[in-house]
Design a protein around this ligand. Structure first.
Ligand SMILES: Cc1cc2nc3c(=O)[nH]c(=O)nc-3n(C[C@H](O)[C@H](O)[C@H](O)COP(=O)(O)O)c2cc1C
Length: 328
């Protein structure tokens, strides 16, 4: 028993659902310490991708997405989570202490929990159907509830600046041998229960969704047709500060927006490449966030093409990520 009402099996099931959270290169950079009344979330620094994510932003964001998935999975199981973020300044890898209390599930949590297993990162070109503005507003409202701003890239000039930034970031990263090696190690046929498998990557990434796709190892996914543009909207998630607490909260906001998009039937793809390079991150900050907020993640959102459903990307066994503690 974790306390009088919450048992370990329920918490373990919630963790099993939560680890379906998306993470950079499916690195799953998290580990958990299960105490008598709490779950502690740690960054797993052995899974950091230094050549891709030099400042660790994608790693903390991934853990923030996991944290929101965990809150939803616990809530759906009737457990209320009281979260202390970055609880110990002397242990920066200790990202959250989640105290567990009994509480009834809310309908909204059940809807989001059921979206966890349906969500996929869809790198294909989407249909040319427009995303209704009301839907984009709903996603922004979900992100705002978690303390981040989610702004649509609007107008031809803004869109062109962002697309150019994505291409410039790709060119800069691909000129770096360490980046190319890291991408090859974490994607394609070599990926099993970590990394991005070939079945979820495009055979021909060039030209996808107006050239937004990161070039991983060659994949097996076919594009639906030969068009180069689609009706996807690009959204930029921003926060007022750029410290690990803001990045963790940005991850929680990304999770809320991604899961709600899934509930609405939309396809989604997180894009971090242009924010991993300082110059293009500044371009996006100035072009989309008025030069003040800090961009944390881009989301491409639209209507999936007709065709086969994407397979889920595997996760490593939960037992590899959990440690027990008697006294925390
Ligand atoms: C912080 C973060 C950054 C990501 N960046 C990219 C990216 O630049 N390009 C991309 O195709 N996918 C990106 N992804 C998606 C991951 O590759 C994906 O979540 C992972 O492979 C697991 O697959 P799933 O989302 O389908 O479960 C990112 C995900 C996160 C959380």
């Amino acid at each position: 028993m974790i306390n009088d009402h919450v048992d370990h099996r329920t918490v373990r099931s919630a963790l099993e659902l939560a680890v379906h959270a998306p993470s950079v290169h499916n690195s799953q950079p998290w580990r958990f310490v299960l105490g008598p009344r709490s779950v502690h979330l740690y960054a797993d620094l052995a899974r950091w991708l230094p050549a891709t994510d030099a400042d660790g932003r994608d790693l903390v964001l991934s853990c923030g997405i996991l944290l929101h998935h965990l809150r939803i999975a616990l809530a759906a199981a009737g457990i209320r989570a009281s979260v202390h973020r970055i609880p110990n300044p002397d242990a920066p890898d200790h990202l959250a202490a989640v105290d567990l209390l009994p509480g009834p599930p809310a309908d909204a949590d059940l809807g989001l929990a059921s979206a966890i297993l349906r969500r996929r990162t869809d790198r294909r070109r989407y249909t040319d159907w427009e995303v209704p503005e009301g839907f984009a507003r709903e996603l922004a409202a979900r992100a705002a509830e978690q303390g981040a701003l989610l702004r649509s890239v609007s107008g031809a000039r803004e869109r062109s600046l962002v697309l150019t930034a994505i291409r410039d970031a790709a060119a800069e990263q691909e000129a770096d041998t360490a980046y190319r090696t890291e991408t090859a190690v974490w994607s394609g046929r070599v990926a099993d229960d970590t990394g991005v498998p070939a079945g979820n990557l495009l055979r021909d990434a060039a030209g996808t969704g107006a050239g937004t796709a990161r070039r991983f190892a060659q994949g097996l996914l076919e594009q639906p047709d030969s068009r180069t543009d689609d009706g996807a909207v690009l959204l930029v998630l921003g926060t007022a500060s750029d410290d690990p607490l803001s990045q963790l909260r940005a991850g929680e906001a990304a999770s809320a927006a991604l899961l709600h998009a899934t509930e609405l039937g939309l396809a989604t793809c997180p894009l971090s490449q242009p924010l991993e390079v300082t110059t293009t991150r500044i371009t996006i900050r100035d072009a989309v966030l008025g030069g003040t907020l800090c961009p944390q993640l881009l989301l491409r959102v639209g209507w999936a093409p007709l065709g086969p459903q994407l397979k889920p990307t595997p996760r490593r066994p939960i037992a590899q990520t959990i440690e027990r503690s008697r006294d925390r």
